[in-house]
Every structure is written in C-alpha cells, then in structure tokens.
Design a protein around this ligand. Sequence first.
Ligand SMILES: Nc1ncnc2c1ncn2[C@@H]1O[C@H](COP(=O)(O)OP(=O)(O)OP(=O)(O)O)[C@@H](O)[C@H]1O
Ligand SMILES: O=C(O)c1ccc[n+]([C@@H]2O[C@H](COP(=O)([O-])O)[C@@H](O)[C@H]2O)c1
Length: 198
Amino acid sequence: MPQPRIGVMGGTFDPIHHGHLVAASEVASQFDLDQVLFVPTGRPGFKQDRAVTEAEHRYLMTVIATASNPRFMVSRVDIERPGLTYTIDTLRDLAVALPDADLYFITGADALMQITTWRNVDELWSLARFVGVTRPGHELSLEGLPADRVSMVEVPAMAISSTQIRARAHSGLPVWYLVPDGVVQYIGKHGLYRGISD
Ligand SMILES: Nc1ncnc2c1ncn2[C@@H]1O[C@H](COP(=O)(O)OP(=O)(O)OP(=O)(O)O)[C@@H](O)[C@H]1O
Ligand SMILES: O=C(O)c1ccc[n+]([C@@H]2O[C@H](COP(=O)([O-])O)[C@@H](O)[C@H]2O)c1
C-alpha cells in the first residue's frame, strides 16, 4: 500500500479564516494529499507579546471551519501537550501517531521566512517536507533552505489575517465571508474579541 501523504497545517487560528482554508486546499490538490491535519497551537512561545484566545475556542472554531471537507481533520496534539508549542514537538508526536505517513508541513510565506529561527530546525527537515504558500504582503524566497525538503506553492491570493478579523470583531465590523459562517456565529455566540484590540 502506498504511504499516506498527510498535510500538516499548524497555526494559532485565532480565528481560522479563508486564507488558511484556501492554502490547505491548494496544497492538498497540488501534492495529491490524502488528508490535511489542522493543528491549532497550544501556547505559542513566539506570540507571548499578546493575549491568545483560549485553546479550546480556537480548536472548536477550527473544527467548525473544516467540518464539511472530508479530507480536512483537526488534531489536538499541540493543545494537549503542556508548555509552549514548537513545531519540532508537533512533528515528533505526529511521526509516532502516523508512522507510515509522509508529512507535508504547510506554512505561509511570513512563517516560512522565519523557519531558520525555529527550535531544532535541523531535525525538522528529517521529519517533514515543508510547503511554503504565497501570501499577499509577504515575500516568499526559499534561499538558504534545503531544496530537497522545501517547496513553494502559489495559492489564490487571500489578503486576510486573523489580526484583521480580531480588530474588525472588536470594532463591531462584519467578519462575514472572511471566515466560514459557522465561525462568524461562534465568535458572536461566545463574544470573542470584544475586549481585545490587537
Ligand atoms: N491569508 C493567508 N494566505 C496564506 N497563508 C496564510 C494566510 N493567513 C495565514 N497564513 C498562514 O497560515 C499559518 C497559520 O497562521 P496564523 O494562525 O498565525 O494566522 P494569521 O492570519 O497569520 O494570524 P495573526 O494575524 O494573528 O498573526 C501560517 O503559516 C500563516 O503564514
Ligand atoms: O517551532 C518553532 O520554533 C516555531 C516558531 C514559530 C512558528 N511555529 C509554527 O508555525 C505555525 C504558524 O505559526 P503562527 O505563529 O503563524 O500561527 C504554527 O504551527 C507554529 O507552531 C513554530
């Protein structure tokens, strides 16, 4: 049996938006992935400068946003691991849970350009291939990264960020069509982002 090809889309997802979903869908199509696992971060070590919404809310919004796609799944691996979240731990845990899988870690241009600063970067290359997706407002260059482990995919441009959605929700502006309908309703139902201005 061929090895399953599994995409891993890590993110804070505060909240998940259509930019994340289009990126995952496009990479799944271009790399013929069997599944994409969305992995909401637990406590991101690199976002300690701002309040991040409770992990359970971010997880549930990710479940709602991906529910209608049979190839999209959500993993709790990062939110259940105590301490700060690092991709090295995500990929080590997934390698144990899915020993036969070929993993493709999907990341936006902004995140990929920082990858050489990530924890245990040299080991990361042995655990997964990395797919950088284009993102409006961010340059994507693979210079200095291992050519056999990193690829680039041009995705339909979605100039959306979670920061912008939090700011709009905070100001009472609509977030319809930037995030899936169920996520709009979840944000309203739980009053998320009302008190946060960044
Ligand atoms: N519009 C987009 N197009 C392509 N990739 C994206 C887009 N938005 C986010 N990504 C990528 O998805 C991953 C998870 O992103 P994250 O959850 O931090 O969203 P964000 O919109 O960048 O959030 P924030 O504005 O809070 O920093 C990252 O690799 C990021 O680069
Ligand atoms: O492992 C690291 O050092 C590291 C540093 C920054 C970001 N990441 C991962 O990159 C993904 C996107 O992060 P973010 O901050 O854009 O939500 C998410 O899965 C993070 O865990 C990982």
